[in-house]
Write a protein that binds this ligand. Structure first.
Ligand SMILES: Cc1cc2nc3c(=O)[nH]c(=O)nc-3n(C[C@H](O)[C@H](O)[C@H](O)COP(=O)(O)O)c2cc1C
Length: 429
């Protein structure tokens, strides 16, 4: 028989060997413990789906048409490659950035989202409070389901921005702007990618209405999401921050809100009447970025509305290098659409963004657990930002450069000088 070293010989386990291995813990109960188990935004999405009726979940999770834009935007972040630097001192990481005249503790803020109390009864209040606690800006939508004043009050000393859909009737817009200014909102974000509503096919298929209707289908759905319905029915009915009470399908509501006659002249008018920072959201070409900056915008949001408007729209991450090459320093460049990981945020900053916004990433947290869920989403993204920075060898956001990221060949918008200066797989390999 061959001689076996002692470590490879079988023996009966001794109780002293087993003791350190036995780690029976009480089962995880309660919301806080459940949220703690989520390590990624995708985990929060799974929890959100289990807890939210199908129609509001799909309204949030879905996009326009065949959802090609949203899938491509997320894939763009997955497909990039980081280029880390080693042997840098990254013991202390600073995730803060200056944006539109003030500091944000993290390089992202909360994007405007409509109907938020439909996703969870804490809605806008949860978003504003969680943002204030984290030291990041919160944007209230014109289609928000809490009033401009109530959100300002709930956010305490938090920083709020107001997103505007312009109407043909300027009086109505003016009234909202004045209320936002009086309530201390420092930035007005005018959304311009919504001449008409996108084709939200999931909503059509689900027969989604605002407020959600009690049909046989929704009642059956409610039977295994009782907490959502209990919350929904025991809180104040859904009403809009800035609109009169409405009931109808989402598409009808949106189309009644959006104004297809808007032009740059309306932007000029807005620039005159709003004294704070003015940001234009929904920029999808370099040419339009230039134009709105020439018309006085302090910032632009390079965005395709989370893929919820035009399907097969430009991908903001791919457009970014070209826009940054020309406009960095002249205007605040903000990016959204597709962010599901702190690494995505770091990559966007490396490619020229001054700030980023999260839409669904925070809404999944909200649906998973109200304000605590939004806090968890912010915490997850913040930790991922810190980790990515450290592993890239950058101690702060300002140390990021375009050399930290490679986009695959053909990803950057072709034909521009900026795109040619960007490293591509083809050039480097
Ligand atoms: C449920 C939902 C509602 C939205 N409502 C608005 C809105 O009222 N106004 C607006 O400008 N953008 C709205 N958006 C777009 C977001 O502001 C943002 O551009 C988008 O969510 C970014 O993509 P992401 O969800 O992949 O982060 C909404 C997005 C979602 C998911």
């Amino acid at each position: 028989m061959t001689h076996l070293p002692p470590a490879l010989r079988r023996r009966i386990p001794k109780p002293a060997d087993l003791r350190p291995l036995l780690q029976f813990k009480p089962p995880v109960v309660g919301q806080a413990a459940r949220l703690r188990r989520a390590s990624t935004i995708w985990d929060l999405r799974d929890m959100a789906r289990r807890r939210t009726p199908k129609a509001p979940f799909d309204y949030t999770d879905g996009a326009a048409g065949e959802e090609i834009t949203l899938n491509r935007a997320r894939a763009a972040f997955r497909d990039l490659e980081f280029r880390p630097g080693v042997l840098r001192n990254v013991q202390r990481i600073d995730t803060g950035v200056q944006i539109l005249g003030a500091r944000s503790a993290l390089p992202f803020g909360i994007a405007p989202t409509g109907f938020t109390r439909m996703m969870h009864s804490e809605g806008e209040y949860a978003g504003a409070r969680a943002a204030a606690a984290a030291g990041i800006p919160y944007t209230l939508s014109t289609m928000g389901t809490a009033s401009i004043e109530d959100v300002a009050e709930t956010a305490g000393s938090g920083r709020n921005w107001f997103q505007l859909y312009l109407w043909t009737e300027r009086e109505k817009s003016l009234e909202l702007i004045e209320r936002a200014a009086a309530a201390g909102y420092d930035t007005l974000m005018v959304t311009v990618d919504t001449a008409v509503a996108g084709e939200r096919l999931r909503d059509v298929r689900n027969g989604m209405t605002i407020p959600p209707a009690l049909t046989l289908k929704t009642v059956l759905d409610a039977s295994y999401r009782p907490a959502w319905w209990f919350n929904f029915l025991t809180h104040e009915p859904l009403a809009f921050a800035s609109l009169n009470r409405y009931s109808g399908t989402v598409g009808e509501l949106i189309n009644s809100m959006f104004d297809p006659t808007l032009t740059f002249a309306d932007l000029d008018w807005l620039r005159e009447v709003w004294k704070g920072k003015l940001v234009v959201k929904g920029i999808q070409t370099l040419d339009d970025a230039r134009k709105v900056v020439d018309h006085g915008a302090d910032g632009i949001v390079v965005s395709n509305h989370g893929g919820r408007q035009l399907d097969r729209a430009p991908i903001p991450l791919h457009l970014l290098p070209e826009i940054a090459a020309e406009l960095k320093g002249r205007t605040a460049i903000i990016l959204d659409t597709g962010i599901m990981n702190g690494g995505d945020i770091v990559a966007a900053h490396a490619l020229g963004a001054d700030f980023t916004l999260i839409g669904r990433a925070y809404l999944y947290g909200l649906m998973a657990g109200g304000q605590a869920g939004v806090e968890r989403a912010i915490e997850i993204l913040g930790a991922q930002v810190r980790n990515t920075l450290a592993l890239l060898g950058a101690a702060s956001m300002s140390e990021l450069t375009e050399d930290h990221v490679r986009l695959p060949a053909g990803a950057a918008v072709s034909g521009s000088a900026a795109a040619l200066t960007r490293t591509t797989w083809a050039q480097r390999n």
